[in-house]
Design a protein around this ligand. Structure first.
Ligand code: SF4
Length: 186
């Protein structure tokens, strides 16, 4: 699990920032039709074939993190958990199993060089990509992860508390900047 602080819809405590890509003006009719057909197919598999489908999944792509939260030991464990090819294979298997939403988490997923490709692959496979992130480094990489449909940011409190809990000065501002940058998602 990336962040253990509670996510809610408040920006002040545990911010959840949603980017409603499904409602974006640029979304094509073909894409909407594809999703509708896929959803109908899933419903039929459950209703008539009695299948159990993993509608949502989460993948932990790294344990690396630029922060060191008081309640987390992931950064001390170091390293990425899977190479790109392994992640792509898992994404493909999940998509074929009927998964609709995939949450990409860490550690801090934005530390992975291939995070943009992971997001793209997820979207290309018809799953809605989501990301759990501290927001650290998002501004620099926002162009790579523009197909995210949901970005989850946590705030642990006012700036001095957040930075103290997260073990790094500037982490509050990074999260707030990331939240404000949502308008630049494509
Ligand atoms: S931001 Fe990093 S250190 Fe903090 S809880 Fe998430 S993974 Fe752990």
């Amino acid at each position: 699990m990336h962040c253990k602080s509670v996510h809610c819809k408040s920006v002040v405590h545990g911010g959840l920032m949603a980017y409603p890509a499904r409602m974006r003006p640029g979304r094509s009719k073909a894409s909407a039709l594809f999703e509708a057909v896929s959803a109908a197919g899933r419903a039929a598999r459950v209703r008539f074939a009695g299948e159990r489908i993993p509608l949502a999944a989460r993948i932990q792509v790294t344990r690396r993190c630029p922060l060191s939260c008081a309640y987390c030991k992931l950064p001390a464990e170091h390293g990425d958990l899977m190479d790109t090819g392994t992640i792509f294979r898992i994404l493909s298997e999940l998509a074929h199993a009927g998964c609709m939403r995939l949450s990409i988490s860490g550690g801090e997923p934005l530390l992975r060089e291939d995070v943009g490709r992971i997001v793209e692959a997820c979207a290309d496979l018809g799953m809605a990509p989501e990301m759990n992130t501290s927001g650290w480094g998002l501004e620099e990489r926002i162009g790579e992860v523009g197909r995210l449909e949901l970005l989850k940011l946590s705030l642990d409190g006012p700036e001095e508390i957040h930075d103290a809990v997260r073990g790094r000065a500037g982490s509050y501002r990074a999260a707030v900047r990331a939240a404000r940058g949502r308008g630049r998602m494509r």
